[in-house]
Design a protein. Structure first.
Length: 119
């Protein structure tokens, strides 16, 4: 079964940091661009960031620019989302997804990991 698995979510205070990880089961994500999305209760899913398969190209939503960094380690078959200076409005379920090229419809999705930013 082909799937993505997110990890690293949790409860953090405002201003804190978390690092999310995305790994694949049943296939290697090395050949895919990987996107991070989030969905807060009562809100639509929002694209957060995307990284190309080589890692040479990245993009970010305006709401996270300068605070979040996407990266990948293809030797470990893992994509990361480093989240710094977290705000309560970053609270959401975060998902990773795989696609051939950022911006195209995504092929595989993970089940999500909860991030809660609260004092």
């Amino acid at each position: 079964q082909l799937q993505l698995v997110e990890s690293g979510g949790g409860l953090v205070q405002p201003g804190g940091s978390l690092r999310l990880a995305c790994a694949a089961s049943g296939f290697t994500l090395d050949y895919y661009a990987i996107g991070w999305f989030r969905q807060a209760p009562g809100k639509e899913r929002e694209g957060v960031s995307c990284i190309s398969s080589s890692g040479g190209s990245t993009n970010y939503a305006d709401s996270v620019k300068g605070r979040f960094t996407i990266s990948r380690d293809n030797a470990k078959h893992t994509v990361y989302l480093q989240m710094n200076s977290l705000k309560p409005e970053d609270t959401a379920v975060y998902y990773c997804a795989a696609v051939t090229t950022c911006g195209l419809p995504y092929d595989y999705w993970g089940q999500g990991t909860q991030v809660t930013v609260s004092s």
